[in-house]
Design a binder for this molecule. Sequence first.
Ligand code: NIG
Ligand code: FE
Length: 411
Amino acid sequence: MTNSTTHWTTLYKNINIATMTEASNSYGIINQGALAIATGKIAWLGKESDLPYFDENTVEVIDGNNQWLTPGLIDCHTHIIYGGNRANEFELRLQGASYEEIANNGGGIVSTVNATRQASENELFNSALKRLTAMQQQGLTTVEIKSGYGLDLNTEIKMLKVATKLSEKLAITVKRTFLGAHALPIEFKNNANGYIDLVVNEMLPQICAQKLADSVDVFCEGIGFNLAQTERVFKAAKRHNLPIKVHAEQLSDLGASELAAQYQALSSEHLEFLSEKGIKAMAQADMTAVLLPGAFYFLRETKLPPIEQLRKNNVAMAIASDANPGSSPIHSIQLMLNMACTLFRLTPIEALAGITCNAAKALGIDNHTGMLKVGFDADLALWDISQPAELCYQFGVNPLTTLIKQGKSIL
Ligand code: NIG
Ligand code: FE
């Protein structure tokens, strides 16, 4: 990156900046700051009083009115492409049925699979577009979206194509995760190993050939897949050079995080039942713990993820919405900030790091986004707040005033 100001296109002045460059240790605050953009990247940032000379005739100068600038937000774990909804199961759970009972009786993920198989690509696109538009309006510039409601080759491909189209329609980066091993489809009842054969021998190769996935995920759980099956998917992901993520230790401790660490996974996600051994293994492998307070809340879980031990072991913590029809029909990253603090007792700094720098780490894109640094993507959110903690503290009034994706103002 050149020091020259001649390529600057836009300059934000009179702003307070939370750079989020120090992980969970501080906001990295620059008061009375300025930030310049050139070719979609951050070209300069610092104190306004330290601004170098630039040509006011060629640079658009924007007065930030003393508002706060943060990295554009990142929701690193969602399942927003699906048919139908599961409001009926919400009612059943309120009458006493558990999430696992509903799944074991043919409801749960499998009921969404039926609706998703029946929906056309267009229908899936339109319903997901509504969700993603609402999510973007809360400050998202990057989102991860998982497949996993198809569980057959064509529907998994249909979902991943919709994910690709969403990023073309909205100015938002979409990271696509292949979650073929999400649940056992009816046609493979009592034959989970046979289904894993299909996932690793047919689905993954075809999806890779069409370049439709950026990573691979598995739901390792009693109602999902066991460790041996999970490992087969990890091995296949390695063969295809795709990064690994895992739904782990959500309802029980199967040791999926330790297994994922052996495969240098990017992240392990949910983690309410994560053991000390799992934490050590994650720390060793520099994995990110993705915490999902929306699912914890919506399933009325009582066991908290081991936040204090994750902290002690310096495991980076990301926060995500897990937006999905069954365990977290919640499409608000701002609400996740609040819940990360109130339910999981994260500090507001940790919560904001969880949806910026640490979320980028969970997606393997922390070398160019999630922080405000020279050379990084100019993915920025401008907030009408008086201090960063306000983002976590109140909920329901949207303080976002401007959203910038790769240097372009989109909201
Ligand atoms: O992250 N845990 C597995 N998958 C989703 C739930 C999906 C569903 O219930 O539809 C989750 O919670
Ligand atoms: Fe999930």
